[in-house]
Design a protein around this ligand. Structure first.
Ligand code: DLL
Length: 436
């Protein structure tokens, strides 16, 4: 027990945390009201002035911010600092239509990397560790976030980025990586590839920091056994900074939310009402330290539950459960955020029908996505070659919209089961989320 990056903050008493939150919240609200017209209009619309927010008990008075707001205000509408004070842009793994861009000052980057440093140290990490980062580098926050955290701890950092499994394993063996950072599905794939190459006894890994997508306890046990490591969950989202908004400690029982930087609430996704700790609902974050892109009461759409039960690791920050699902229809496939509406847009643009179904599955730890779409009567009369050409066209359209390969199958008219209520567009066979 007791490996912390910022012990005083991570193990602060409840009173201290609340005092920090109160002070930073008041400051942040004042700042956004004064500097961000979009917020000012939203707050004016519900009749809330900065003076009305005196402490976290007043948080509920503020309006929510959603992804739609981010889209409306794209790209600069929610910035609270002049562009010249910003040093970085990151973006969600979604695609053009739904892209969210987040801006960072140098202080914002430092704060975010410190969160990742906390996560690394919570796994027992020290400057003696060799951290292999195989999250993507670039606009996606996974690579840059863990990379920065690893530097802060003083670890030797291998900025591998994603892909090229042969090279990953070669470096892992040759440079004796001890901490692996990647998505859980890639970790499982690496485990399998290591077994296939017969080099399991040559790897020195002791811990993994896996997140960016849902994964189950069973998957954790499987990865731990096959790689001989402890596998820790890490959560985050671009809008709120990136990975490290919360992370698991040695208890591996929920992720501590960095409460000195982010205030968490759980709300009823239907009514917006704040729910008490212990109830399942949608997670909402207020960032109270971010300078360039502060978000007040941002609805994550992730469904989970908070727990304030004391943790044996000594950290006092509230713990969130693994996300149990989402309150919108966003899917995360191969680490990429996908909305069914984007798929529908491509199908309609290409002259197909809106009778479609999306089947998401997992084969050998890798996500697959298949789109079944009914042909139109015009296509029906065409020959088989035309059909397969059309399928290829749709595959290309989806690739450019989503950035990932989706298999496409054009099926006969009326062959997709009609629903009497809401259409069942998505069949997710991965069973990643526990039932709430
Ligand atoms: O996925 C940031 C990240 C990178 C987290 C690396 C952890 C590790 P986005 O692309 O903006 O950011 O996607 C955010 O991914 O709202 C969740 O739905 C989902 N998500 C992230 N972490 C987890 C996790 C990054 N540990 C969205 N378990 C979030 C389940 C997760 N879902």
């Amino acid at each position: 027990m007791g490996n912390y990056y910022q012990k005083e903050l991570e193990c602060a008493s409840r009173e201290t945390i609340v005092a920090i939150q109160n002070e930073k919240l008041v400051k942040t609200v004042k700042k956004v009201y004064e500097n961000v017209e979009y917020y000012r209009n939203k707050m004016d619309a519900v009749g809330v002035k900065p003076e009305d927010i005196k402490s976290i008990d007043d948080l509920h008075k503020l309006p929510f911010i959603t992804k739609d707001d981010l889209r409306d205000a794209y790209p600069y509408g929610l910035m609270a600092e002049p562009l010249e004070n910003c040093v970085r842009i990151q973006s969600t793994s979604g695609t053009t239509g739904r892209r969210v861009v987040a801006f960072y000052t140098q202080n914002d980057i430092d704060m975010w990397e410190e969160c990742c440093a906390r996560a690394i140290m919570a796994t027992g990490g020290t400057k003696k560790d060799v951290v292999q980062v195989c999250y993507g580098y670039g606009l996606f926050t996974g690579g840059p976030g863990l990379n920065g955290g690893s530097h802060k701890v003083g670890c030797l950092t291998l900025p591998m980025s994603s892909g090229n499994t042969d090279r990953q394993i070669q470096f892992m063996v040759d440079l004796e990586a001890t901490i692996l950072c990647c998505t859980p599905s890639y970790a499982a794939y690496l485990a399998e590839s290591i077994e296939e190459r017969g080099v399991r006894d040559q790897i020195k890994l002791k811990a993994g920091i896996f997140g960016a997508e849902a994964w189950t306890e069973e998957m954790r046990q499987d990865i731990e056994k096959r790689l001989g490591i402890k596998a820790y969950d890490i959560y985050g989202l671009t809008e709120i900074s990136g990975p490290g908004v919360s992370f698991e400690c040695e208890e591996q029982a929920g992720m501590h939310i960095n409460e000195d930087h982010f205030i968490a609430e759980i709300i009823d996704p239907k009514t917006g009402e704040v729910l008490p700790d212990g109830e399942v609902g949608e997670l909402v974050f207020t960032s109270i330290d971010k300078e360039a892109f502060p978000l007040l009461r941002y609805r994550t759409k992730d469904i989970c539950v908070l727990s304030r039960k004391p943790c044996s690791c000594g950290r006092t920050h509230v713990r969130m459960s693994k996300p149990m699902g989402r309150s919108d229809d966003m899917l995360i496939v191969k680490g990429v955020n996908v909305f069914p509406s984007q798929i529908e847009q491509v199908l309609l643009q290409q002259g197909l029908t809106s009778n479609y179904q999306i089947i998401v599955d997992r084969e050998k730890y890798s996500d697959t996505i298949e789109v079944l779409v009914e042909m139109t009567p015009e296509l029906f009369s065409d020959s088989v070659t035309d059909l397969s050409a059309k399928e290829k066209e749709v595959v290309a359209g989806l690739k450019s919209m989503l950035g990932i390969y989706a298999k496409v199958r054009i099926v006969e008219p009326k062959s997709i089961v009609r629903s009497e209520g809401k259409a069942v567009r998505v069949i997710d066979r991965r069973n990643l989320y526990k039932k709430a």
